[in-house]
Design a protein around this ligand. Sequence first.
Ligand code: ZN
Length: 378
Amino acid sequence: MRSWSIHLCSIFGIRLEIHATFFALLGIIACVGLLSDGTSGLFWSLIFILLVFTCLVLHELGHSLVAQYYGVEVIRILLLPIGGMAQFQSLPREASKELAISIAGPVVNFALVPLLLILGGIPWELAELSRRGAFPIVDPRTLFQALLMVNLVMGLFNLLPIFPMDGGRVLRALLTYRYSYLKSTATAALVSKILSTAGIFAALFVLPAFGLGIAVIPALLFAFIYMAGNMEYRIVERKELLNDLYIGDLIDNDYSVVHPDCPVGEALREFDQSQARALMIGDERETLFGMLLKDHIEILREESFLHGDPIGRHCERNVSLLQAQWPLDLFYEMLVRNRKKVFPVYAEGRLVGILDTERLQEKLAEHGVSAKRLGLPG
Ligand code: ZN
């Protein structure tokens, strides 16, 4: 996603990035404005959408500044056509901090309401123009009225107790005063699923029953929210299960090391004697040149005419290294989904072992982690 986002500026040391698809939204809004009310419509609709996104930035800045206050590093604020998102290095688990960070966004929206009320008054004109089916933003007054409605909706919608919206986090933070973090997340995720299912149902069946038509976009939005809630729970559960485990905890010593210049035949003999499962090709333990796994070794064994060649010429050079001190929960997904099965593991610049993903379950069980709860098959 990073490659598609454009760095606009930095505010309080936070990168503000805008996703390229946002410009498509600008184009659509411009067309709608132009078709509904000519150049005046074009002008007001563009001003409106830019101010809506300004409100969105202020909302995300609300979260970000409170997070910074608690010492959390804010990576960036990303603006997408469907809304904004502030990305943090890691969120604090203390209930009071999560509560303050989550609520700060909607608080900004609600704080803007009285200001907009002074500038544009109660949105009667906006409502009247909309009722007549006319383009509702025609002057600064109706512009402020529309922004008032946007901020009210933005504040309230975000407070729905649904992950990944602010209200979902507020609910979890409140629950953690009584229950464990995992249980609170599970409960908040369950509430999210029920409410987003109700949202999908309402958008597809209840609205049409009142003659309002099927609301496809809200239905899709709730479907997206449902999945996001589920993912939030999975991530927390995994983090909880793999708590305090590092790559280095899962390594084996079932490998032998040979020099790249070592003839294939000799390397095979070395491998057979060591009963290893992988052959590392390198200079001692410092620099790894490549690797050979059992399947490749068997192929090489058949081709006796290659046995005089240096092993470095026949090994797999494209090797991903892992570091023993890396926390497992961050790399778990990569390990499970990766096509590569064996990873050399380094610590302080030296090869210390291999991590074999086929033995991941076994290794996790040694640490009392059930593969089933992690969603691993078998
Ligand atoms: Zn928010």
